[in-house]
Design a protein around this ligand. Structure first.
Ligand code: PEP
Ligand code: MG
Length: 501
């Protein structure tokens, strides 16, 4: 009877939300499992293990009969696909894959971010012929995501070249490993905090042992990707685990940035231009009851228990949005927060040019204690290039001088108003960008856990003063990102930094 109920409800979910079978079973299983766990009767609660084994065999069954988005992929395999959704990517990571190639997508898309957070090389090749690739199942291949190469059936010479590239890569990794667990200082004794970006508790657990100085961005969006939004308890439990993992280190939770490339199964927006539509703070303010209130309540309860947590808001484009958020906090706060202006550390993500240019006004609200520069979105909105469009990737660059000039304006304003500044976009994880960000007077970087060592190592070879006075003025005079890259790499080599790529 249980198997039949789960099957029927999962089938409904597959039809209504166009999700795959295994995912639907998992969602239904989680719903019933939660109900059983809540039961006061021990006997009923024990039934949870029966339910689990039934759900597992259903999933196994779906996988065995190939009625699945993915076949079981051998561990160590490289997946080649047209496009992947973040939720599918998370599943693949769980299967132990070693690399991903997609035809569609962007290098700062969420799929790419999950891959990087898990140390999995990811490449987007718009011109790849997926029909032809089918002939190469179980063949040997080299995937070089640092230099954008995918070689199927490599000849002896390529194999030799890549063995030596790999050996060099491993050598540099060996050198930088010990830096991960040291505090990062520049030569002129500027302390730089290197925090981590994480998307779930498993990643947070890995990050907590990777040497980072806290969590600079907790992406909660994946909790929202199932059949319905998470309730207060789920959010509370997640935040509690996160805050406890990092104890005295800061943990920045981002309010869910939903919409655009993170569509919701339960809210159909159908917008002609989702990246310029109802996303981030706009969506939260529109769906306060269903989405924002439970989230804020859970966060306030955690902020009452742990003093290392901070909260930031995505996709802010108007100062008024901050006043609306504050009004909402006023409505939902109860005994948890007496005076949230004093007790809560609130921040704004700088992802729109409007926010970058209005930091003085954001600061004057009196509610904002820090900003976090989200270069993934900021770049797309400054350059008018969709970050997920592989065909435009040559136009998308976080080190385009226009982006750098805007970051400089934002940082200078924030310093004037004594507002904390961090960068949590993918740029912070790139070795070549370290001198640029430090030179722009940024002292907190939030990166993928796997690069903590290389970023701290690079910091240790640089002088903030020198970067600010010499490198940055030179870069800001350029008009092209290729020149910015070559000048910065030249600078890094000159000061003796070993480059990963
Ligand atoms: C960003 O835009 O830089 C950012 C960190 O947010 P996300 O990538 O989740 O949109
Ligand atoms: Mg963003």
């Amino acid at each position: 009877l249980i198997a039949e109920t789960i099957t029927n409800e999962a089938l409904e979910l597959v039809k209504s939300n166009k999700v795959c079978g295994e995912f639907a079973v998992k969602v239904i299983y989680e719903r019933y499992s939660e109900m059983l766990r809540q039961s006061k009767s021990e006997l009923i609660a024990l039934r949870e293990s029966d339910l689990k084994s039934i759900a597992s065999s259903l999933i196994e069954n779906i996988l065995r009969h190939g009625d699945s988005t993915f076949k079981t992929i051998p561990s160590g395999g490289i997946v080649v696909a047209d496009e992947l959704y973040p939720i599918e990517m998370l599943k693949l990571v769980g299967q132990g894959i070693k690399g991903i190639v997609t035809k569609k997508g962007g290098i700062t898309s969420h799929v790419a971010i999950i891959a990087r957070n898990n140390g999995i090389p990811y490449l987007i090749i718009p011109e790849i012929d997926l029909n032809q690739i089918k002939n190469y199942e179980n063949h040997y291949a080299i995937l070089d995501s640092l230099n954008g190469k995918f070689i199927i059936n490599p000849d002896e010479e390529s194999s030799k070249t890549y063995n030596s590239i790999l050996a060099r890569y491993m050598k540099v990794q060996e050198v930088v490993k010990r830096y991960a667990f040291m505090e990062a200082f520049t030569i002129d004794q500027d302390r730089i905090h290197v925090l981590c970006n994480v998307s779930n508790i498993e990643e947070a657990r890995v990050a907590s042992t990777a040497g980072c100085d806290g969590v600079g961005l907790f992406r909660v969006e994946f909790l929202y990707m199932s059949e319905k939004p998470p309730n207060y308890e789920t959010l509370y439990n997640t935040f509690e685990k996160l805050a406890a993992l990092f104890k005295n280190k800061p943990v920045i939770v981002r309010a869910p940035d939903l919409g655009a490339d993170k569509p919701l199964p339960y809210i159909k927006l159908e917008e002609p231009n989702p990246f310029l539509g109802l996303r981030g703070i706009r969506l939260l303010l529109e769906y306060q009851e269903e989405l924002f209130k439970p989230f804020i309540k859970a966060f306030l309860a955690i902020a009452n228990k742990f003093n290392n947590v901070k909260l930031m808001f995505p996709m802010v484009s108007k100062v008024k949005e901050i006043y609306e958020v504050v009004e909402l906090i006023e409505k939902v706060k109860d005994k948890y927060v007496e005076d949230f202006r004093k007790e809560l550390k609130l921040g704004v993500m700088i992802e729109t040019p409007a926010a970058a240019l209005m930091i003085d006004k954001l600061a004057e609200t009196g509610y904002i204690s820090f900003i976090s520069i989200g270069t993934n979105d900021l770049t797309q909105y400054v350059l008018a290039v969709d970050r997920t469009n592989a065909k435009l990737s040559r136009l998308y660059s976080e080190i385009n001088p226009a982006v750098l000039r805007l970051i400089k304006i934002a940082v200078d304003q924030a310093r004037r108003y004594n507002i904390g500044i961090e960068v949590c976009g993918e740029i912070a994880s790139k070795q070549y960008a370290v001198p640029i960000l430090l030179g722009l007077n940024i002292k907190e970087l939030s990166v993928n856990p796997v690069v903590v060592g290389i970023i701290k190592y690079t910091i240790s070879k640089l002088s903030s003063k020198n970067l600010e006075n010499e490198l940055i003025p030179e870069l800001l005079r350029l008009y092209d990102e290729a020149e910015v890259l070559s000048k910065t790499k030249h600078y890094l080599r000159k000061v003796g930094v070993e480059l990963l790529s």
